[in-house]
Structure formats: structure tokens, C-alpha cells
Design a protein around this ligand. Structure first.
Ligand code: SF4
Length: 344
């Protein structure tokens, strides 16, 4: 299996920027970006990130706003915030030398078993098997395993199998090969079974159950949230605030917000204490969009109004239109600013 996979990999691997290096910092950046992100999208973010922060020192010396600005639109913003914390740790505890051993990597903020295994095997050939979504799919089909992959039992079973078949030499290349094979050959919807080097031994192919593997337990957790954002003009500027760290869009910036569990009308908004406290009596609806996240549907409405007297809350900032670029905003707000050409 190892030699077949590696032969296939050498012939078919995609030329990706992080494939031409064994620099642990670059590999780490790519691995964190590619969690929850498609390769096609990830490449641009990776190139921009490395250009702005070419090494761990440059990243450690930056700040949350700079990192979040680069991460805008990629989602799961705590990944970026954790990278900043990890970079500072590497500078302090490893004298700026990015660790390559699993036991050190796993201590870094935001680095889990998968990422530590990937970096340590690629950069120091440590014998650690990686199991990402592509590996789950390939192994579940090759060995015809019906244990749901999103259960603790499934995770344990697949990790055990991956450890068992991991070769003792070239584990870094093998890990990249198995992930790449799952990604572009044993694909989710249209696996290339007709030209597959594993066709003979693939148990699910030979039993005709390829489309049924991997098995996943259904999780129906999608919830709908209603967000009403307000462009509040005040003295030629408008108001923004920073989000907290316990919800989506961690620490990004946004407009003043009223969130509700159900859709609420214009009259209900005007009667809402939030606007009453600001002495706002008139609002104008501008547009509405639905923005989908993995487990949430966000129904977002944008409203315009202006503030006559100074009722600014302590968490409010005033900015001009030209200053929008300096702050990282969630994607739907960024789209709104780009599309609506707000004028003050
Ligand atoms: Fe995947 Fe099909 Fe190859 Fe089996 S035969 S490993 S299902 S591509």
C-alpha cells in the first residue's frame, strides 16, 4: 500500500506552495488555513499570509487587527488569534525556532493532534499518522468500515488503523500521499474507481458500497439567528464596535447590533431599548441577506439612521468611510460596505 500510494503521489500530486518546503512555520500556516477551508480558497490566503508574515518573528510582532484583517472572509477567526498566541510562545519558549517534534507542537495554542502529526511527520519524519476528512474517506472505503467517522468510537478506530498501516520510513511523504489521494482520487462524490490502483483490494468497491462510505451520524444543529445592523451616522462618521470572544466572528468589528430569536419588524426595532437609549426614533431599511455558516443561518438586515446628540456607548468607535479598510469585518458586513457604497 505504501509504495503504491507514494508512486501515485509522485505522479499526481498538485503543485501547492507549501509542498515545496519542509519549513515548519510555512507548513503550520498552511495546515491551520486548510482546516475548514478548501485548497482553492486557501492558496490565496496562504500566499498573502506568508507575504505579510514571512517568518514566526514577523507574526509574533504583529497584532490582532493585522492578523484578523488578513483572515477576513476565511471564518473560524479563533484560528488566526491562536496563531498569534502560538507565535509569541515560539519566540519566548523556543527562541524563535519553530518546533518540529510532536510533543512540543501539541503544546502550542490551536495545534491539535492532526496538525502536530502533519508537521512532525513532514518536517522531521516522526512516525505520526494523520487522519483528516480525506483519510477517513479513503480508509473507510478501502477497508469497508461502517463505523460513523464523527463519533468517538469511529475516531479511535480510524486513528488506530492509520497508526497500524503507517510505514516506519518516509512517514511525512506517506501522510501527504494518503491525504492527497483521498482529496483528488478517492473523491467524495465521484471517486475515480475505474482507474484506481487499489481497485483490486478495495473492499467497498468490490461489495458495491462505495457511495455508502464513509458513514456519518446526522447532526441537525443548524440554528437561525436574526441580526439587525445599524449604520448610525454621527458627525460625518459612523459607529462600529468590536465583537467579543465567545461567539462567531471573534474579536472582529461590526456595526451596532440588535439580535433577536425571531424576525422583528421596524416598529419593534424602534421600540427596542437599545435604540431608545440612543434616542433613535427613525430608521430606514436598506437591504437584507442570508449568510450561511456551518451550523448557523444568519438572517441579516441593514438599517440606516443618525444620532443627533452624543449618546455614544463606551464600546462604540466612530470611523470615517475611508477607515473601513483598517478594520477586520465579518464577510457579510464587508460585502455590504463594498456593495452599498454608504455615504456619510
Ligand atoms: Fe476509492 Fe474507488 Fe479506489 Fe476504492 S476503488 S479506493 S473507492 S477510488
Amino acid at each position: 500500500m505504501t509504495s503504491k500510494l507514494i508512486r501515485w503521489y509522485i505522479k499526481n500530486k498538485r503543485d501547492l506552495p507549501w509542498r515545496n518546503t519542509t519549513d515548519p512555520y510555512s507548513i503550520w500556516v498552511s495546515e491551520i488555513i486548510l482546516q475548514q477551508t478548501q485548497i482553492k480558497t486557501g492558496i490565496n490566503y496562504y500566499n498573502r499570509f506568508i507575504e505579510k508574515f514571512p517568518n514566526i518573528k514577523a507574526l509574533a510582532m504583529s497584532n490582532e487587527i493585522d492578523v484578523l484583517n488578513l483572515w477576513q472572509g476565511l471564518g473560524y477567526y479563533n484560528r488566526a488569534l491562536n496563531m498569534l498566541i502560538a507565535a509569541k510562545t515560539v519566540m519566548k519558549e523556543y527562541h524563535g525556532v519553530f518546533p518540529v517534534k510532536y510533543d512540543d507542537l501539541i503544546q502550542l495554542k490551536g495545534v491539535g493532534e492532526y496538525t502536530a502529526s502533519a508537521i512532525s511527520s513532514i518536517c522531521s519524519n516522526e512516525n505520526k499518522a494523520v487522519v483528516d476528512g480525506n483519510v477517513y474517506r479513503f480508509l473507510s472505503r478501502l477497508y469497508d468500515i461502517a463505523t460513523p467517522i464523527n463519533t468517538p468510537k469511529g475516531k479511535k478506530e480510524f486513528q488506530k488503523l492509520a497508526n497500524k498501516i503507517l510505514p516506519s520510513i518516509n512517514s511525512g511523504t506517506y501522510n501527504q500521499a494518503i491525504m492527497e489521494f483521498g482529496s483528488i482520487h478517492c473523491q467524495k462524490h465521484i471517486p475515480k474507481c475505474h482507474i484506481c490502483p487499489f481497485q483490486g483490494e478495495c473492499l467497498s468497491f468490490n461489495s458495491g458500497v462505495v457511495k455508502l462510505r464513509p458513514v456519518k451520524n446526522k447532526i441537525n444543529r443548524i440554528k437561525t439567528r436574526y441580526l439587525n445592523y445599524f449604520i448610525i451616522r454621527y458627525k460625518g462618521q459612523f459607529i462600529i464596535q468590536q465583537r467579543g470572544s465567545k461567539d462567531i466572528w471573534k474579536k472582529l468589528y461590526e456595526l451596532p447590533l440588535i439580535e433577536s430569536k425571531k424576525e422583528i419588524s421596524k416598529d419593534q426595532l424602534i421600540r427596542h431599548n437599545y435604540l431608545k437609549r440612543l434616542q433613535i426614533k427613525e430608521i430606514k431599511h436598506i437591504s437584507s441577506v442570508t449568510h450561511k455558516l456551518t451550523h448557523q443561518n444568519l438572517k441579516i438586515s441593514f438599517w440606516e439612521t443618525c444620532l443627533k446628540k452624543n449618546r455614544l456607548r463606551s464600546n462604540f468607535f466612530n470611523i470615517t468611510i475611508d477607515e473601513i479598510q483598517q478594520y477586520p469585518f465579518p464577510k457579510p458586513l464587508k460585502n455590504y460596505f463594498d456593495k452599498e457604497h454608504i455615504s456619510i
